[in-house]
Design a protein around this ligand. Structure first.
Ligand code: DCP
Ligand code: CA
Length: 348
């Protein structure tokens, strides 16, 4: 059996937990682009916000028109905090189950013969330890588990047997099935298939001709109730960062550099352990208005973990200070764009 674990309104739920008195208000997490006060998009929103039609990807200005100002709060994304929560939850899930693949920042796929017994325990454990709710689908296939989790959102648990899984999938509108994008959905509708079960009436040859061999045969099998599951490969971590809060808000580059020197060894320890060299160095600035800004350099050659970054850090800080007049409240360092060093300890 498979489990699909998906955190509920993840970024917004974390913000809500930090400010319990806002629980019934609209909490929208925003990716501010900085061009004008309200330019950027909504990252996610809690359920009171969704009830008013606010959703991920919507321009912030559009969302603000839908939300009464007295009842709503628009916060900037705090990616570091969400990554930390994600890593914490990852630990809880891995402690309870063997075959686990993290599918995104807030989704996990698990294969476990004891899934039915474990699912409620994992759900309870996540809520008890992180204070956050999730939704879990359990089914004979991963697709069934995923659709089960969506169906029981928020704070739900849905266990499907073979029969109820097939009923859920075959009765679903085509574009509601993960893996069927907007374009494929429209093409299927044009062929007369509104629900998954309708696809079985289309000639398999016609499906392959329209969608290609891979998608065509997948759609045909889907309509017959054959759901293949693969947990897939774990995605490799693509960057490592450390971020810290300054004792006082500042614009003093000496203090900023000093703080970075405290943070850098931890990130570099990870690089050393994983035998990675990096090509991109990023400095993260969180200004007094809590917005996150970054400045990066990409080197033409990968650098080993123990190379000095002093000159680049200084340059990036100065660049930022010259462009932004605000006081800085938190600062961080990020290494990315990795290259495996394998057994080598140094590249040069
Ligand atoms: N996200 C984003 N931009 C998007 C979609 C998502 O920044 N267009 C971020 C914010 C979400 C997180 O990713 O909190 C996880 O995405 P989900 O699609 O799982 O959405 P939520 O967890 O917010 O809501 P749900 O309860 O529907 O899963
Ligand atoms: Ca989610």
């Amino acid at each position: 059996m498979y489990l699909h674990i998906d955190m509920d309104y993840f970024f917004a739920q974390i913000e809500e937990k930090r400010r319990p008195m806002l629980k019934d208000k609209i909490i929208a997490v925003c990716v501010f682009s900085g061009r004008t006060e309200d330019s950027g998009v909504i990252s996610t929103v809690n359920y009171p916000g969704r009830a008013l039609g606010i959703k991920s990807g919507m321009p912030i200005a559009t969302a603000k028109k839908k939300a009464p100002p007295a009842d709503s709060i628009f916060l900037p994304v705090d990616r570091e905090a969400y990554t930390q929560a994600s890593m914490f939850i990852d630990g809880i899930i891995r402690k309870g189950c063997d075959k686990v693949v993290q599918a995104s920042i807030d989704e996990w796929h698990v294969e476990d013969s004891d899934a039915i017994q474990k699912a409620p325990k994992i759900k309870e454990e996540i809520e008890k330890k992180s204070g956050l709710t999730c939704s879990i689908g359990v089914a004979p296939s991963l697709l069934g588990a995923k659709m089960g989790a969506s169906k029981c959102k928020p704070d739900g648990l849905l266990i499907l047997d073979k029969e109820s899984e097939e009923k859920l999938i075959s009765g679903s509108d085509v574009e509601k099935v993960p893996g069927i994008g907007k374009k494929t959905g429209e093409a299927l509708r044009a062929l007369g298939a509104l629900k998954i079960q309708d696809i079985s009436k289309i000639d398999p040859g016609n499906l392959v001709e329209t969608f290609g061999r891979k998608t065509g045969s997948w759609l045909h099998e889907l309509s017959l109730g054959e759901y293949k599951s693969e947990l897939g490969e774990e995605k490799e971590q693509e960057e490592v960062s450390r971020i810290g809060t300054l004792k006082m808000k500042t614009r003093d580059s000496y203090i900023l550099l000093e703080k970075l020197s405290d943070l850098e060894p931890e990130a570099k320890e990870w690089l050393m352990e994983k035998k990675k060299s990096y090509k991109t160095l990023t400095i993260i600035f969180i200004t007094e208005d809590l917005r996150t800004h970054t400045k990066s350099t990409t080197f033409s050659h990968p650098l080993p973990w123990n190379s000095s970054t002093e000159a680049e850090k200084k340059k990036l800080i100065e660049e930022f200070l010259s462009e932004n007049p605000m006081m800085i409240r938190r600062i961080g360092i990020r290494f990315g764009n990795f290259l495996d060093l394998g057994g080598q300890t140094t590249l040069f």
